[in-house]
Design a protein around this ligand. Structure first.
Ligand SMILES: [Zn+2]
Length: 312
């Protein structure tokens, strides 16, 4: 049996066809900016293309990982500020099902489906209590407890990016002050680098990015060149990640933490190793076997996990 998985992002739509837990084909298109109907049509088109590759018979349905708050019961995206047209509730599963002649459609949060994928077929295979931390534009997270994805009453479980961290005084993208994402998210680090640049500090980050978005590769290059601002920003991010993950471990007792996302993937195993040390130094139970490891599925984690929703 095959399943189609879609990772619906603010800039791109990544789709995969998964057959017996293996990705057999994939497609990628830019996310349309014209609103809900265009986005639904683009997703439906990806699904049709993936169905055409290998035949529509035997396709169990389509799973979608969407950013923001998702009502898993109805398949509605409640609020996704990074998706054009999704600022208010959108009945995504229903609309997509209609566009695909009634094909079974399920929707969950993108960070949740990514951790589901790492748990089932990636770096966290065989571990029962797993936290996924996705360090990208923001900081997302998902939680597997006793071998099952934990969602909580409003689907907000695992949102480690919005845990308060000691010493953080910056405002988070969510509006609150002091959250992990305000120190460890790429967008927040970019804002801080530009603020320091304007205050007169030299940094390769701004020289490399110019007026364009400060991509993860820019952070990697600046770090390699020994840039002081890049080093300080990432040092702060590592400490904040260490505090937040150690706090999460104190609460639910974790076995494994998987760190992925655009920035973490770009900075590689060295960055994840530093997070591991920062967590270890702060564990309440020093004998804990907890390990922090890099994610294994890279860019395809979200789409793969979305497909795995079908037989969760
Ligand atoms: Zn926040």
């Amino acid at each position: 049996m095959s399943a189609i998985g879609i990772d619906l992002g603010g800039t791109k739509i990544q789709g995969v066809r998964v057959d017996h837990d293996r990705v057999v084909s994939d497609v990628k298109v830019a996310t349309p900016t014209g609103g809900v109907d265009e986005v639904v049509a683009a997703v439906a088109d990806c699904v049709r293309r993936l169905c055409a590759q290998g035949g529509v018979t035997g396709v169990a349905g389509v799973g979608v990982g969407a950013p923001g708050v998702v009502d898993v019961g109805t398949g509605d995206v409640v609020r996704a500020p990074n998706l054009p047209g999704f600022e208010d509730r959108v009945a995504l599963a229903a609309k997509l099902g209609d566009a695909l002649d009634g094909m079974r459609t399920v929707v969950d949060n993108d960070a949740n489906v990514a951790v589901l994928a790492e748990h089932r077929v990636g770096a966290a295979r065989g571990s029962n209590d797993v936290l996924g931390v996705w360090v990208g534009t923001g900081v997302g997270g998902g939680l597997v407890l006793d071998g099952r994805l934990r969602r909580g009453p409003v689907g907000g479980a695992g949102e480690i990016g919005h845990m308060a961290v000691a010493g953080v005084t910056r405002r988070c993208g969510c509006g609150q002050v002091g959250h992990l994402e305000a120190v460890a998210g790429r967008a927040a680090m970019e804002a801080e680098a530009r603020r320091r640049h304007e205050a007169g500090e030299q940094t390769a980050l701004v020289e490399l990015a110019g007026t364009r978005r400060m991509k993860s590769s820019v952070f990697a290059k600046a770090l390699e060149a020994g840039d002081q601002v890049a080093r300080q920003l990432l040092d702060d991010a590592v400490v904040a990640l260490g505090m937040a993950v150690a706090s999460a471990a104190a609460l639910v007792d974790l076995e494994l933490v998987v760190v992925g996302g655009g920035l973490a993937d770009k900075l590689g195993a060295h960055f994840v190793g530093r997070v591991d040390q920062a967590v270890r130094a702060r564990l309440f139970v020093p004998t804990s076997p907890l390990r922090v490891v890099p994610a294994a599925l890279g860019d395809l984690a979200g789409a793969t996990g979305a497909a795995l929703l079908l037989d969760e």
